[in-house]
Every structure is written in structure tokens, then in C-alpha cells.
Design a binder for this molecule. Structure first.
Ligand SMILES: [Zn+2]
Ligand SMILES: [Zn+2]
Length: 328
């Protein structure tokens, strides 16, 4: 599906094979000042993704050869998956925030990096049999996104000039460490990718960035970023999935309330029994989750525990190599 947003922007919706994403991924094709177009996000590298993108370009009277610059909002495969192919077809540079470079180049998926994830997840209490699911899940990624070799830094605060508007690069860590949104202050349009979606919460995921333990406290940072966006006078949100919408304040408030409720529930569980590991807590929060969702459920539980820890409502300690928490 292709639709125009005004401002010389065409939105191409690209199907993605995971329903939890919140709908087709959006590629925004933006008219450049000196002719040609820029892309904000690059869809996914599946056959369906390629076809949808080609169809959208053709419908707009364009080909990949018209692409001058490619901006990737964050290092998830439904946003950078087709960037390598678009780069090869156009010779255009690809810009990504430095903290997500290892994701788009595949360096965050080397065997050594996967070992770090396995070690950390087992430190959170995950059984070894479950870790293989995570490894397989991670390796699936390559089928849907060819790693990039040439990536440029997308600096926060930089103002991108297009033919009909300018947009500031906002670094809004949370969903990933290097996520950026584009903010057109004059027209009050926020290109929010996965930082803000209308119907799904954006899953701040556990991210090691090559360390033994995360420096990036995903949900702590996500909440800070969401509060920052809440203060912007946004009229229209052009998201990373599904249709544009307005009313960002209500959506952010609802999301913050949802996380507060989840934190209260974790605190209640820790008051009933302490200490518990994140893996002890995960099935109590997500009783219906399947084994292969371990990475998602542990990310969610750990993210909320880190928020409670920052508020000094829970305390962390290590017992026999495991991280455990207790209510304080
Ligand atoms: Zn994402
Ligand atoms: Zn996405």
C-alpha cells in the first residue's frame, strides 16, 4: 500500500512476517532538494518486502536508482532489512546512529556476541535448554536482512533538509540504544518509527552492545525518551508501523500507566517471596508465554525491575552466579 503524506512524502507499507510488530512496516520516501528521494527506513529483506517496496516505488514513478540518502531509524530488521539492496542499487549512503551500527552490520550476531547473550540470560536465571531458542531466533535474522558493510553515523541534533521540509534527528534510546526519530518542528510532524506506535507497546529489548551486562537500561531509557516526546507539540505521528495518527500525549500516558501497573505487580510478587530471579518472575507475569518468547519476556521483566531498582523500590544481589531481586 502506498499513500502520500503531503510535504513530498510517500509512505510505502511493507508486510512483515511477525504480527507483534503492530502492522506492516512503513518506508517513508521523501523528495530531496536537488532531485531524487531519501528513504526513512528501508523495510525488510524478504521477497514480499522487496516486492512491496518495488511496487510502491513504481507507483510513485520512481526506481531505487533515484535514492540519494537512506536513513535507518534503528537496527531492527524490519527497518534496515532492505537497506543493503537499496544501497547497491543506488550507491546512496546509509545513515544509522552509532549505537545501532553493530546491529545493522551483523556484528551483534557473531558467535562470540551470542555467547555473551546466552551467559547473561542464564545469569537472569534462564535454563540452558531455553538458550538454544534464542540462538536460533537470532540466526533467523540473516534471512530477512543482509548486513550492511558501509554505514555512516547519523548524529543527534543534525537537521536534515529535504525539498519541502526540514527535520531534526532526535536520539530517543529505549526500544534500541541507537533509535532516532525525525522531528519536523515547523509542520509538527514526528516520524516516530518504533518509539511510538498507536496500538502496541514498543518492547524495550535487552541489548548488550558487546558488554557482559547491559549498559543500556532499556525501559529506564525508554520512559525518559517517551516523556521527552510527550512535551513536543506534535500534530501528526508518522509511525514505523500502521497508519499515521494524532493524540500522542494520551497514548504515551496510557503506556506509562501500563508500565507502572506492571511494576506494581512485580513488586507485589517480590513482597510475597524474595529473592527471585527475573526468570522466576517471568512466568508469573506471562503465564501463557511460549518457550521461544523467553528473550522477550525476560527483556520485559528485567526492564521493569531496572526501573524499580532506579527508584530504590527493589534491590539486586547475586547468588551463585544468578542475579536476584528483593523488595525493599
Ligand atoms: Zn523495532
Ligand atoms: Zn518495527
Amino acid at each position: 500500500m502506498t499513500s502520500t503524506l503531503g510535504l513530498g512524502v510517500t509512505r510505502i507499507a511493507v508486510p512483515v512476517p511477525f504480527p507483534e510488530a503492530g502492522g506492516p512496516a512503513n518506508v517513508y520516501v521523501i523528495e530531496e532538494e536537488g532531485g531524487g528521494v531519501a528513504m526513512f527506513d528501508a523495510g525488510i529483506g524478504t521477497r514480499e518486502g522487496k516486492e512491496a517496496l518495488e511496487h510502491g516505488f513504481a507507483k510513485a514513478g520512481l526506481s531505487f536508482g533515484d535514492v540519494r540518502r537512506i536513513f535507518v531509524s534503528h537496527g531492527h530488521l524490519d527497518h534496515y532489512g532492505y537497506a543493503r539492496a537499496a544501497q547497491e542499487a543506488s550507491g546512496a549512503p546509509v545513515f544509522v546512529h552509532v549505537r545501532d551500527h553493530d546491529k545493522v552490520t551483523g556484528r551483534d550476531r557473531t558467535p562470540k556476541r551470542l555467547d555473551l547473550y546466552a551467559a547473561y540470560l542464564s545469569k537472569l536465571g534462564a535454563r540452558p535448554s531455553l538458550l538454544e531458542h534464542v540462538r536460533v531466533h537470532f540466526q533467523d535474522f540473516r534471512r530477512m536482512a543482509r548486513p550492511l558493510e558501509q554505514v555512516e553515523a547519523l548524529e543527534p541534533g543534525r537537521v536534515l533538509k529535504f525539498k519541502h521540509f526540514s527535520a531534526e534527528v532526535l536520539h530517543l534510546p529505549g526500544h534500541t540504544p541507537g533509535l532516532v526519530c525525525l522531528w519536523d518542528r515547523e509542520n509538527q510532524v514526528l516520524f516516530s518509527d518504533d518509539h511510538l506506535l498507536e496500538r502496541v507497546s514498543p518492547n524495550p529489548l535487552l541489548d548488550l552492545e558487546g558488554h557482559d551486562e547491559p549498559v543500556h537500561k532499556a525501559l529506564v531509557e525508554y520512559i525518559r525518551s517517551a516523556r521527552r516526546v510527550r512535551e513536543l507539540p506534535v500534530q501528526l505521528v508518522a509511525p514505523g508501523h500502521a497508519d499515521p495518527f494524532s493524540g500522542h500525549v494520551e497514548i504515551i500516558d496510557r503506556l506509562l500507566f501500563f508500565y507502572e501497573k506492571r511494576q506494581s505487580r512485580l513488586l507485589e510478587l517480590l513482597r510475597q517471596r524474595s529473592p527471585q530471579s527475573p526468570a522466576d518472575l517471568a512466568p508469573q507475569i506471562f503465564p501463557n508465554a511460549r518457550e521461544h518468547h523467553l528473550y522477550l519476556t525476560l527483556s520485559e521483566v528485567m526492564g521493569n525491575l531496572e526501573v524499580l531498582e532506579a527508584q530504590r523500590r527493589v534491590a539486586r544481589s547475586e547468588r551463585a552466579g544468578r542475579i536476584v531481586f528483593e523488595a525493599v
